[in-house]
Design a protein around this ligand. Sequence first.
Ligand code: SAM
Length: 296
Amino acid sequence: MNNSVPEIGSPARTKAILNRYRLVAKKSLGQNFLSDLNILRNIVSAADVSENDNVIEIGPGIGALTEQIALKARKVVAFEIDENLLPVLDETLLPYDNVKIINQDILKANLPDVIRDEFEPGHPLKLVANLPYYITTPILMGVLQSNVAFDQIVVMMQKEVADRLSAEPGNKEYGSLSVVMQYRANVEIAFEVPRTAFIPQPNVDSAIIRLTPRESLPVTPYDDKALFGFVKGCFAHRRKSLWNNLQGIFGKQPEVRERIETVLNKVDISRQLRPERLTLLNFIELVNAFHDEGLM
Ligand code: SAM
């Protein structure tokens, strides 16, 4: 790299790039460019990226995070939907021969194919990104449900969503999204990022989440989709008791109520509990017990 050129994520260089290409950040695509080199480097460190790693990035923007990943990783493949950014990325990332940009909507991408075509096998695979916030949940659900075995996922998102994804039972942020995400991965907040670190500044603060996909759980549900639907149903009225929500799912007929009662006794869970008190394992035990009882 030419040492006289400041790195892309420095505020001065970010502003110069935006001016030179007359780029106006597109709100509709969640374009807020991170321009703080310490934070960019800390994101890459949070994923412990090393020269042995293959990395997927989503939404490289003008290349600030891509550059920091490229400095550490074996190879980076980044998906960018906005074709106006392609000539910018061609120039900003020119010094790096381990970067490949794919002009595609990540929600339509075939990740397993891209990974097979672009990466040499036998190396750790990581996902590192400053996500477009308007599609944080679909991206994460898609990634966690794809058959791709990421060793580590480190992504930036709106702080409020990060709090929900990482919330534990009993916390007011704990809900169906927390349970579903924690079913797939161990979720932790690595650090928070103030809105002032971006150009232009968003209206919300951000946080970096580290997701480590789970290998196995002590109990597994009879069906993933049934578990997700059941958890959603249990949180339909979070101020009401589990008993109320279960009747919302299965019905209020006396015969059904009796069977719900049988299941609750079997798994030893009180009908008066609010859904936010239930752990992931409670939900899995319940869904399996309702299945055994013939209600699902
Ligand atoms: N990585 C850059 C940074 O940290 O400064 C930019 C991050 S910006 C929050 C999100 C980026 O995602 C934008 O470049 C935007 O164009 C891109 N993007 C938005 N929707 C996308 C999609 N569906 N698929 C791929 N990229 C998308």
